[in-house]
Design a protein around this ligand. Structure first.
Ligand code: AMP
Length: 294
């Protein structure tokens, strides 16, 4: 039985045994459900935080139109056996104007960082508040946001939060498009070009697994498949630092951002080193339409 909690203190006090936290901004899709399932498998108490964090939006219009539906989210949390859905009011999260910001230098310097000024400081600050206020044993994040995962991992290392961070594969729609709450704003004409993003990344992953490790070649493959798409960037970066690298010589990810119609999409494939081999994590595809659309 999932219960909604509104305060840090109440949520913390109700945790029994190991606590697994899934931080979210709500409007759940299968990517969120998969994180909840992973948390359920590893923890006695599963807490999902649900807060559209104004600090991490650099664009006011994006914040205002971010989709919201708490009833629907509660239903999905119930299906996943979540114990506590922590839905803080703004007064709980920010009782006074926050003067402290957590800035993870360097990791935020490239990719999304310069394009969304203040975004990662907003993310790192709210995640630090959740870790401090809820004291979870585990925290689950999607690899879909690979740079965010790098920021969170570094924040935990640098500030000694006693939490184990777990990154999980990207969930994709049946046609390959990475699930995002913002996909509901893609129009019918936006669908065909949006599919070229994952198609290009998969082509690059095939190349990498065949021994082509040079960033230029992988980036070129993505740009070729997506010719006509206005990419903001296509970059190979290190998983640890999110710094651009020239070739796959460490755990890395090939990331892109592009605007399709009125929606800004990001996607990536991760490259892990498994027994000395480069293996692309292309994520997990749904076999049926996402419940985002039902
Ligand atoms: P959000 O609600 O968008 O802030 O996302 C909450 C968490 O879900 C973050 O850790 C995201 O990385 C993760 N997430 C978002 N989309 C996906 C996806 N398609 N697959 C896996 N995880 C995701």
């Amino acid at each position: 039985m999932t219960e909604i909690t509104r305060t840090f203190a109440e949520t913390r006090q109700r945790g029994r045994g190991r606590v697994g936290l899934v931080p979210t901004m709500g409007f759940f899709h299968e990517g969120h459900s998969a994180l909840m399932a992973a948390a359920r498998a590893a923890s006695e108490t599963v807490v999902v935080s649900h807060f559209v964090n104004p600090l991490q939006f650099n664009d006011r219009a994006d914040l205002e139109r971010y989709p919201r539906d708490l009833d629907r989210d509660l239903e999905i949390a119930r299906e996943q056996g979540v114990d506590l859905l922590f839905v803080p009011r703004t007064e709980e999260m920010y009782p006074v104007e926050p003067l402290t910001r957590v800035e993870v230098a360097r990791v935020a310097d490239h990719l999304e960082g310069p394009r969304r000024p203040g975004h990662f400081a907003g993310v790192a600050t709210v995640v630090a508040k959740l870790f401090a206020g809820l004291q979870p044993d585990f925290a689950f994040f999607g690899r879909k946001d690979a740079q965010q995962l790098a920021v969170v991992r570094r924040l935990v290392l640098d500030l000694s939060f006693p939490v184990t961070v777990i990154g999980r594969p990207t969930l994709r729609e049946a046609d390959g498009l990475a699930l995002s709450s913002r996909n509901v704003y893609l129009g019918p004409d936006d669908r065909p070009p949006s599919l070229l993003l994952s198609k290009g990344l998969f082509a690059a992953a095939d190349l990498a697994e065949a021994g082509h490790f040079e960033a230029d070649e992988l980036i070129e493959a993505v740009r070729r498949v997506g010719s006509g798409i206005d990419f903001e960037y296509v970059t190979l970066a290190s998983q640890d630092t999110a710094q651009p690298i020239d070739r796959i010589d460490r755990p890395s990810f090939l990331a892109l951002a592009a605007r399709i119609g009125s929606v800004r999409l990001i996607d990536n494939v991760a490259f892990d080193l498994v027994a000395g081999n480069v293996v692309g994590d292309r994520g997990i595809r749904l076999s049926a339409p996402s419940r985002l659309y039902s």
